[in-house]
Design a protein around this ligand. Structure first.
Ligand code: GLY
Length: 366
């Protein structure tokens, strides 16, 4: 049986590995619990339109397509993983808290209209009817009804469980690519080498250092290669539901999102800083995020802080994911998903799964 090794067990590596077992390949996934992983702290927003301002237009093609794949992806995963995923159509409210933000909201709506997204403008009374927890000082809001939210841990656990049930091997350890001549032939871990006919590199921001110098393309491993973008998030517990939809806004120019997971839990996110591989939670981030969150939803002052988490998003210089390209035989790359790991997981799994099968069919065997 043809064997593929996947380096990295975040949402991208797991999803790719699952698509590979579905294509009849033997899969070994190598993963280590290192600090700064982004998947276990992700808010789980599947909201291409709400992220549009952050992305370049051609990213929209990928994110909007992948969002449409999520319901089917989640249903198939629930069947194979043996437990339902918590994928909910909560919608997103883009909220303007002051006049500048109202102007910005207008610009966003035009950008969305150009992309073919119909966002519904809500007046204050309609907004307060839907979300009574939002501050009375709110200026305006737009409603994106199709946005989804997935509970990160359920999705990650379902993928691990689906992989095990399908006979994939999950190896714990820090891995590095093993190269013989020009060809990538496996993954070195402390206990030895996992040899494989093909290797997928999906190690997040660490992908650039997953091989000896000169092995990886410079856009991945060079000075301007993949970089960590630090994101801090706060998980809160509330006595009663504070909001029903995902909320996105800026308060004094601090971007903030609120993501309700159930009636009692929500995530407030996220900072975005290029400060290297720093995984320290900071007072500044907690202060900024919580001031912004409680300005939008004042009753969050009574919430309990459950966790302050830090994740390092893997970003390429153009903020687009690197899917497939590798000058090395035996290697396919799937990394650089930046803010969009969960959002892009179904499409990445499909694209990379097809590319690996194509490479193998072309005789790209070790
Ligand atoms: N996907 C949202 C974030 O990275 O903060």
């Amino acid at each position: 049986m043809t064997r593929v090794a996947v380096l990295g067990g975040g949402i991208v590596g797991l999803s790719v590995a699952w698509s590979l077992v579905g294509r009849g390949l033997e899969v070994v996934l190598v993963d280590a619990e290192l600090p700064g992983r982004s998947s276990p702290v992700a808010a789980g927003m599947i909201s291409a339109a709400a992220e549009l301002e952050h992305g370049e237009p051609d990213l929209w093609e990928l994110t909007s397509l992948s969002q449409r794949r999520w319901p089917e992806f989640a249903a198939a995963l629930a069947r194979c993983g043996g437990a339902p995923l918590q994928l909910r159509r909560t919608g997103t409210l883009l909220v303007a808290m002051d006049q500048d933000e109202e102007i910005r909201l207008d610009r966003r709506l035009r950008l969305l209209a150009d992309a073919g997204v119909a966002a519904e403008l809500l007046d204050r009374s309609e907004l307060r009817r839907r979300e009574p927890g939002i501050a009375t000082t709110v200026r305006g809001a737009a409603w994106l009804p199709n946005d989804l939210c997935v509970e990160r841990n359920r999705a990650l656990n379902a993928l691990r469980s689906a992989l095990r049930k399908a006979g994939a091997e999950l190896v714990e350890g820090v891995g590095r690519l093993r190269v013989t001549g020009e060809r990538v032939v496996g993954i070195d871990v402390a206990a030895g080498t996992v040899f494989a006919d093909h290797v997928v590199l999906s190690a997040g921001w660490r992908s650039g250092t997953a091989a000896a110098p000169g092995v990886l393309p410079t856009d991945l491993s060079g000075h301007d290669g993949i970089r960590p973008v630090k994101g801090e998030l706060i998980d809160l517990e509330v006595a009663a539901p504070a909001v029903h939809a995902m909320i996105r806004t800026r308060v004094d120019r601090v971007p903030v999102y609120l993501v309700p997971h159930d009636d009692h839990h929500l995530t407030v996110g996220a900072t975005s800083e290029q400060v290297g591989a720093d995984t320290n939670p900071t007072v500044r981030a907690a202060h900024d995020l919580l001031v912004a969150a409680t300005t939008v939803v004042p009753e969050l002052r009574d919430a309990a802080i459950v966790a302050h988490r830090v994740g390092l998003r893997p970003a390429m210089t153009d903020n687009r994911p690197l899917l497939g390209s590798s000058p090395r035989p035996g290697l396919t790359v799937a990394t650089g998903h930046y803010r969009h790991g969960f959002l892009l997981a179904p499409l990445t799994a499909e694209i990379v799964g097809d590319r690996v099968v194509h490479a193998l069919s072309q005789g790209d065997l070790s």
